[in-house]
Design a protein around this ligand. Structure first.
Ligand code: NAP
Length: 313
């Protein structure tokens, strides 16, 4: 378990948190994914403010979090020998897990991970896959001067992951008394952009934006305070080096240049936005916003996030 922040008793920590700064207990799902991991790492590194918990699908996924010092908790055999020691009146402490192994398609695996949590950050998503032969065909086509879009496929379709899996998480969070859900979705979900021509919907015949929009609507109707973040194209670049530009209703899809921005944003910067949204819950409650960034060196590096949130309509 984290050395500083302790499990807070979450959901019901309200009265106590008015007197002292009780760390927020936050579950990040998809924490072995690229954005999810970045969020978990930031929370883990800020243990005075947050008690970070992660949901991953496999032990392999847990490994990268364990490198930060997070733990899947004691094994069943240690737990049972600890229980025997306690029964004899001897001291034995179970180590609470920071990492939970579960599948969002199995609603039952979510409750233990959400127990006592104040907030949930949803970073799970269907992941488009590319067969090597497809890549090879596209490279060959390029060599002979022809454009060919490689065909992607999903192991699990967005209908399952981005809709049913998301709905399971929202239901489980509500049941657990979670007070804030932050959902990472995507730009392009507004009706004007979310159509058959949208390349994101065409990938792997997944209609990913359609299912993401459905999940957003379900979240908005859930009654739990929420924040939805719609990133532009995600980059595996350093965070904290760019000016972040926020917008609403997909206006940035056509209007990013007018704002001096690119259409993309580093995953690290999205992770920081999520952490700031958790910090400034009152400014982002029941809001959905889009995010892109300026190129490094353009504009002013964003260091203060509250004014960005306050400027959202
Ligand atoms: P990512 O690396 O693709 O991670 C997705 C995560 O979801 C993985 O950790 C995966 O687990 C997990 N997951 C999938 N199915 C699951 C299941 N059934 N149970 C539990 N976990 C499951 O994510 P990303 O590329 O950083 O994207 C983050 C978000 O931004 C996504 O919602 C994405 O759609 C959205 N977005 C992406 C772009 C872009 O340019 N790529 C643009 C805008 C928005 P495993 O590690 O076990 O597979």
């Amino acid at each position: 378990a984290p050395p500083i922040g302790s499990k807070t008793g979450g959901g019901g920590a309200g009265a106590l948190s008015m007197l002292v700064d009780v760390p927020k207990q936050v579950l990040v799902t998809g924490a072995s994914g690229r954005t999810g991991f970045a969020v978990f790492k930031l929370l883990w590194e800020n243990q005075k403010e947050f008690v970070a918990q992660a949901l991953v699908r496999s032990e392999k996924g847990a490994k990268m979090l364990e490198k930060l010092g997070a733990s899947v908790g004691d094994s069943e055999s240690i737990k049972s020998s600890n229980a025997k020691l306690r029964a004899l009146g001897m001291p034995a402490e179970d180590e609470d897990p920071d990492i939970f192994i579960g599948d969002i398609l199995d609603g039952d695996s979510l409750a233990p991970a959400l127990r006592n949590c104040d907030a949930l950050v949803i970073c799970t998503s269907g992941v488009p896959q590319l067969r090597k032969t497809e890549l090879f065909k596209s490279i060959l086509s390029k060599l002979i001067g022809r454009q060919r879009m490689p065909k992607f496929y999903y192991k699990e379709m967005p209908e399952q992951v981005d809709w049913e899996g998301c709905r399971n998480q929202i239901d489980a969070a509500k049941e657990a008394g979670v007070e804030h859900i932050v959902l990472v979705s995507s730009m392009g979900v507004t009706p004007a952009k979310n159509n058959d021509d949208n390349i994101l919907n065409q990938i792997g015949d997944g209609n990913i934006l359609v299912w993401k929009a459905k999940a957003e609507a379900y979240l908005a109707a859930s009654g739990v305070d929420y924040t939805v973040i719609h990133p532009g194209g995600l980059l595996n670049k350093a965070g904290g080096e760019r000016e972040i530009v926020l917008g609403v209703n997909d206006e940035l899809l056509d209007g990013y240049e007018a704002r001096g921005a690119t259409r993309a944003i580093p995953r690290q910067d999205v992770a920081m936005l999520i952490v700031q949204a958790l910090r400034h819950k009152e400014l982002v409650t029941n809001k959905s916003f889009d995010c892109v960034s300026k190129a490094p060196g353009e504009g002013r590096t964003t260091v203060s996030f509250a004014p960005l949130f306050e400027a959202l309509s």
